[in-house]
Write a protein that binds this ligand. Structure first.
Ligand code: ADP
Length: 295
């Protein structure tokens, strides 16, 4: 582990990675990266790299676990053993079990569970590279993977942390800030601002908590914009595209694929096939393994 820096915020108000206290790290997303999943999303946020895959709705086995009037949403967060400097022991840990539970609950107010009684929707969030803020990164990816799978939702969920270093509130903690800071407060919220996850490590005064929640709300709004852009890139806005296509070239209607490519600016076009080849099998095999165990 690196040594504790003397200061986290310099005289100019800049943090160790050059951000201001209210800035989030750069985020890039690409949806639909796994062909075997019903929905998927790859997300990079600073040095975090996360892959989310959604399977379902599908029949739930064993049947005794089925909910008669709604679909069961299962969320599994996992950090790959190679995702941090020191290898992480594979398999569930207390930390990953807790994060899976609270992250799954963060989607309860938005997923319209009444549509698939007795079925299950499995959400897998795999952290490939961790650099603080992985649970929030995973939630941001998972909400797009759910949308990609066509799961009816009342809205998107966006997540971000706020914390305290050098006695000041800072948005979206990086690794040294997370390790040595005085507080870390990950939050997830719906697009209407309803908080669906709130955890806290460390200490904040009631005033700091209030101010921190305002900061995190703004961070989540920025993330929501990135998520919306990703959705438009993938699925387009039919009305606008139709109008634009007609105005620009009335005789030549572009192929849908080409239109989609042009729209993508948050994408990882070069890495897409690599991500498909290397990651989808892991998620699917693990998932099938679980199915086998249950049967
Ligand atoms: P989050 O990633 O949601 O901020 P934590 O605050 O628990 O969750 O962890 C902060 C960071 O510490 C992680 O993003 C990761 O970089 C690192 N970390 C967490 N667990 C481990 C672990 N078992 N071994 C090494 N590093 C870890």
């Amino acid at each position: 582990m690196s040594d504790k820096p003397e200061r986290f915020i310099d005289d100019e108000g800049l943090r160790l990675d050059g951000r201001r206290v209210d800035e989030i790290r750069p985020m890039k997303v690409e949806m639909g990266v796994l062909s075997r999943a019903d929905g998927s999303c790859y997300l990079e946020w600073g040095n975090n790299k996360v892959l989310a895959a959604v399977y379902g709705p599908r029949e739930l086995h064993p049947r005794r676990m089925q909910k008669p009037n709604e679909v069961l949403v299962r969320y599994k967060y996992n950090m790959a053993s190679f995702s941090v400097e020191d290898r992480i022991r594979p398999g569930p840990s207390r930390r990953s079990t807790e994060i899976s539970k609270v992250s799954g609950e963060a989607f309860e107010p938005v997923v319209m569970t009444q549509y698939y009684p007795g079925a299950v929707i499995d959400v897998f969030a795999e952290v490939l590279q961790a650099d603080a803020g992985t649970r929030t990164a995973a939630i941001n990816a998972a909400t797009l993977a759910l949308a990609d799978a066509g799961i009816p939702m009342k809205g998107l969920v966006s997540a971000c942390a706020v914390g305290k270093v050098d006695g000041q509130l800072v948005l979206d903690l990086n690794k040294p800030e997370d390790n040595y800071g005085q507080a870390d407060l990950p939050v997830a919220m719906t697009q209407d601002g309803e908080i669906t996850l709130l955890q806290m490590d460390g200490h904040l005064t009631p005033e700091e908590l209030e101010e921190g929640l305002e900061m995190v709300k703004k961070g989540c709004q920025q993330i929501l914009e990135i998520q919306r852009e990703a959705l438009v890139s993938r699925y387009g806005n039919e009305d606008e595209e139709g109008e634009e296509a007609e105005e620009e070239s009335p005789e030549e209607v572009p192929e849908p694929e080409e239109e989609e490519d042009e729209e993508r600016d948050n994408s990882f076009d070069n890495e897409e096939s690599e991500a498909e080849n290397s990651d989808e099998n892991d998620v699917t095999e693990e998932d099938e393994g679980e199915e086998d165990e249950r049967q």
